[in-house]
Design a binder for this molecule. Structure first.
Ligand SMILES: Nc1ncnc2c1ncn2[C@@H]1O[C@H](COP(=O)(O)OP(=O)(O)OP(=O)(O)O)[C@@H](O)[C@H]1O
Ligand SMILES: [Mg+2]
Length: 371
């Protein structure tokens, strides 16, 4: 038989780790309606650490929503819990989300408190949309790969036959055979791009910034005068297990698009951060490296936004529409995710690469800085 105090101690330790593991964001307010506790999911949702949130008035979070101090005080007085859905919480201009909020009263140290639980609705919708789009992308890619494969073999035969023929015909007629060869080569090139990267990634630990700098160097050599390249790197990023060449190619495809999007000089920012609690193709990832490529160009044409990553979708008259599909394949090979948010004046591509091992310090420095 275990003693009562032992069981109580166990219970507290389970409760503590449970709160830390929960996907639901949980906040506790004291009787003055100031924050006294936020679990890690709440810290991530509000983009602030408990240290920063402590003693913040609940009103500052719920401004312009149906949850106000009168209702929360009433809850403390009567114990009548409530749930409000579709609460739009606006933390600042660029950070707003829709949530279902449940408020109930709880007692700690014999004083009444308010327990707030947040279910982020837009995130759930976004996750289902992402999973659906990913499946569509896989189906489109497989179809095109199958087609490309079927074209490739006869194409090689065609080219070989034209080569043999060129030895038999007069010099004048060789003009025709070399045209066949030239066009067959052009098609083979296209078909190879359609088939996508076919080698398995060579995974090693790399410094992400080294890879990004290589991309910056490559684009500056060819189009340096067309844009301002800005870096916003987090120097405390740990090394990432990845295939250097493949990651470089993926980022290059995205940066090239940003360069091609506009003729005037504009800004392209490459930003790196540590991200926590992200969802990658329906799976929850505790820590990931986030690379963002942001430009202030005209934005992605709205008619291609939903199918942007599908092969052969292009908004440019001379584009093949393969750059992003290839980038997507390369990032998927790293169990990562490539996504995009775009409006006129701000296009942001985000690459998430899961970190397999936690860095030695549980909370990465960068995260603390950001919170
Ligand atoms: N940063 C951006 N700003 C505006 N539009 C973009 C941006 N990135 C991509 N796009 C749009 O997305 C389309 C698809 O890009 P993707 O790289 O897949 O193909 P592409 O650039 O047309 O051709 P390819 O890369 O194969 O030469 C582009 O044609 C362009 O219309
Ligand atoms: Mg492209």
């Amino acid at each position: 038989m275990h003693s009562r105090s032992y069981i109580q101690e166990q219970k507290l330790s389970y409760q503590q780790s449970l709160a830390n593991q929960l996907v639901t964001a949980v906040i506790i307010l004291n009787a003055e309606l100031a924050i006294v506790y936020a679990n890690p999911a709440a810290e991530a949702l509000l983009n602030k650490s408990l240290y920063r949130l402590y003693n913040t008035a609940a009103e500052s979070i719920f401004a312009k929503t149906s949850i106000n101090s009168t209702r929360l005080k009433q809850l403390i007085a009567t114990g009548q819990e409530f749930t409000d859905s579709d609460i739009v919480i606006e933390l600042n201009e660029s950070h707003r989300f829709t949530a279902e909020v449940t408020a109930s009263s709880v007692e700690f140290a014999q004083t009444p408190h308010v327990l707030l639980e947040f279910k982020q609705i837009d995130q759930q919708k976004q996750i289902s949309l992402e999973v659906f789009q990913h499946q569509q992308w896989l189906a489109a890619r497989d179809l095109i790969k199958g087609l490309a494969h079927e074209i490739k073999n006869p194409l090689a035969g065609l080219r070989g036959a034209a080569q043999l023929l060129s030895k038999e015909v007069s010099e004048e007629q060789q003009e025709y055979t070399s045209m066949i060869i030239e066009q067959a080569d052009r098609l083979t090139n296209l078909v190879d791009r359609l088939l996508g990267p076919n080698q398995l990634p060579q995974i090693k630990a790399h410094n992400i910034h080294g890879i990004l700098e290589k991309v910056c160097q490559l684009v500056s050599y060819s189009n340096g005068q067309k844009f301002h390249l800005l870096r916003d790197y987090d120097p405390s990023l740990p090394q990432v297990e990845c295939d250097q060449e493949k990651l470089q190619q993926a980022v290059l495809n995205i940066v090239n698009n940003a360069i091609q999007a506009i003729d005037e000089i504009h800004d392209i920012t490459i930003k790196t951060r540590i991200a926590s609690n992200k969802t990658i193709h329906g799976k929850r990832v505790k820590l990931a490296v986030q690379i963002s490529i942001i430009d202030n160009g005209p934005g992605i044409p709205s008619k291609i936004q939903d199918t942007l990553f599908y092969p052969m979708v292009s908004g440019r008259s001379n584009g093949t529409g393969l750059g992003l599909s290839i980038a997507q394949t390369l990032i998927n090979q790293h169990q990562g995710k490539l996504s995009c948010h775009s409006r006129p004046g701000h296009t942001e591509f985000t690459i998430l690469l899961p970190l397999k091992q936690q860095p030695l310090n549980q909370t990465p420095l960068s995260q603390e800085n950001e919170l």
